[in-house]
Design a protein around this ligand. Structure first.
Ligand code: FES
Length: 166
């Protein structure tokens, strides 16, 4: 995002407290991720050190530092989900969506995106829904008791399997 648009968003925040976080959240809502250029422009416009902008952007797992697909699938790899087969869920998703295992972002996150840019697969640690393990979140919606059989049904809710899809 360029400086002009970063300034447009920053003007919405009158108080210093929480301004940086709010600006980054708003930018991500518009662009779906935070590019290096964006982070530099945020530092310039808000007059805060770039290191502070990076530390906030990398501290919160919901910020994306690479372009993402239309739908973000996040597989919980927390202990309870791990015990109930989270790795198997991840394998099935990789197979169905055709994303390669081991693709990681610069900050070490596992976030491969399908070629049609429709799905990005990510991992996280515990959504606080351990009573429904294994758990997957898609665009913020939690799915519990996920297994190899119901994954295709869940993906179909997001257009998977339709013409020109993976
Ligand atoms: S460990 Fe997966 S929801 Fe808690």
């Amino acid at each position: 995002m360029d400086r002009k648009n970063v300034s447009r968003i920053a003007r919405k925040y009158n108080v210093y407290s929480g301004k940086l976080l709010g600006v980054l959240e708003d930018i991500q809502k518009e662009e779906r991720y935070l590019s290096e250029e964006t982070l530099k422009n945020v530092a310039d416009v808000l007059d805060v050190p770039l290191t502070r902008v990076y530390s906030v952007a990398t501290f919160y797992s919901f910020f994306n530092l690479v372009p993402v697909g239309k739908h973000i699938i996040t597989v919980c790899m927390g202990t309870a989900c791990h015990v109930k087969g989270a790795y198997r869920i991840l394998e099935v998703l990789q197979d169905l969506l055709g994303v390669r295992p081991g693709e990681t972002t610069k900050d070490g996150k596992f976030m491969p995106t399908t070629h049609d840019k429709k799905f990005t697969v990510s991992t996280a640690r515990c959504f606080g829904a351990c009573s429904m393990t294994p758990v997957v979140m898609i665009d913020g919606k939690i799915y519990g008791y996920v297994n190899a059989k119901n994954i295709p049904l869940i993906l179909k809710e997001y257009g998977w399997g339709e013409k020109n899809e993976n």
